[in-house]
Write a protein that binds this ligand. Structure first.
Ligand code: ATP
Length: 259
């Protein structure tokens, strides 16, 4: 890994980028995943590279939904495994969710590499690898539609970080409740999901783990209330307004700035 000086103004962003590059070199991340990361970085810049209140509200609703679920599953692709394997495993154990490898660009080597990374980080079971991906999601082409009958196929709630729009839509058609983590509030995945956490996964997942620990003692009634008062359309609309207001403020500031 390249060494980034700690005092670099964009230290964290560059460290995350290095992790993606490392994932690419280890066969966990594909080239398309590198590009997707760049798109995410752009939206992260727009929200100010911090967890905004709307994301926090979505995280609470997401955790409540996962805690109430009968059969929750966390879907993991290469970028997710590279960036937050440990948190995926922690969250899965707090909310009782299965972990499934779910790839847009499937290859046996990559499935195994992602599984190994999750196991190194404490996972006891990883679904969706090789023959375990034994079912198909209708209406999606090729390898992208394979899922596990013990995992996503059976799930009532699926956490889909960094998912593509086609598959997010197909999961909805299958009747799944979906929770997206996606920095782009305009993506199809963001718009079709029941709950959308517009935040960088490197901030959102550790926060979800913390919130899950705090909320795991709540009654089902309390959890239902949180879920019922949540409105994803309003959250997405508020995120877009947040970005717009922030940009107007920055534009005004830039007039009085010498930089
Ligand atoms: P869609 O098909 O949903 O309309 P898309 O074509 O942009 O959107 P992909 O490129 O397949 O979908 O998915 C990547 C998504 O993940 C992008 O919306 C990107 O903003 C988001 N993303 C990338 N990196 C991160 C990250 N670290 N944290 C959160 N979101 C991220």
């Amino acid at each position: 890994m390249n060494t980034i000086p700690r005092d670099h103004p964009r230290y964290w962003s560059l460290m995350i980028r290095e992790k993606i590059v490392e994932g690419f070199k280890n066969g966990v991340v594909v080239l398309q995943g590198v590009i997707a990361h760049g798109r995410g970085e752009c939206f992260d810049y727009l929200i100010g590279e911090e967890t905004i209140p709307q994301a926090y509200e979505a995280i609470k609703a997401a955790v409540a939904t996962l805690l109430l679920a009968d059969y929750p599953v966390i879907s993991v692709n290469g970028n997710v495994a590279t960036l937050v394997s440990r948190e995926v495993v922690e969250l899965s154990s707090i909310v009782g969710a299965k972990i499934e490898v779910n790839l847009f660009y499937r290859s046996r080597d990559r499935e195994e590499a992602i599984k190994d990374l999750l196991i190194e980080n404490g996972a006891k079971e990883v679904l969706g690898v090789g023959e375990d991906a034994d079912r198909v999601i209708p209406e999606i082409s090729s390898e992208r539609r394979r899922v596990s009958s013990r995992g996503i196929y059976k799930a009532d709630v699926v956490l889909i970080p960094l998912e593509d729009g086609d598959r997010a839509e197909a999961l909805k058609r299958l009747g799944k409740k979906t929770i997206a983590i996606d920095l782009n509030p305009l993506s199809r995945t963001s718009r079709v999901s029941d709950i959308t956490i517009v935040d960088n996964i490197v901030r959102a997942m550790p926060l979800m783990v913390k919130v899950a620990r705090e909320m795991s003692g709540m009654s089902r009634d309390e959890l239902y209330k949180i879920v019922q008062s949540y409105d994803n359309k309003r959250i997405l609309s508020d995120v877009i307004k947040y970005i717009a207001d922030r940009l107007v403020k920055l534009a005004e500031e830039s007039l009085s700035n010498d930089i």
